[in-house]
Design a binder for this molecule. Structure first.
Ligand SMILES: [Zn+2]
Length: 106
């Protein structure tokens, strides 16, 4: 099984579809489906029925839809480039993620 490399609050770029090259923050991860919810991206219009019990009005609402991780690239915090992360051990044996473009941990 493919390892999930994306974590919550990571910055990601969408690399296919209508939001291609847009960058957003990961809000939520759906591990079982390999999908993540990205803030402000991949919005869909959802029809909402009025719900008098909750005093909700019906209509069309914009809502983020989960994006499959194969359509995303991680974005480095330090150099702001989409990057493939590498992993390495620090001197005290901790595993850290680093950017292969600028060599910073992120
Ligand atoms: Zn970088």
């Amino acid at each position: 099984m493919k390892k999930m490399k994306i974590k919550q609050n990571d910055k990601v770029m969408i690399i296919s579809g209508k939001d291609k090259t847009k960058i957003g923050k990961v809000l939520k991860i759906f591990k079982d489906r390999d999908k993540v919810l990205v803030e402000g991206l991949n919005k869909i219009k959802r029809h909402v029925k009025p719900n008098p019990y909750k005093q909700e009005q019906g209509g069309i609402k914009d809502q983020e839809a989960p994006v499959h991780i194969s359509n995303l690239s991680l974005v480095c915090d330090a150099c702001a480039n989409p990057t493939k992360p590498g992993y390495r051990l620090t001197e005290d044996g901790q595993k850290v993620r680093f950017c292969k473009k600028c060599d910073e941990n992120f």
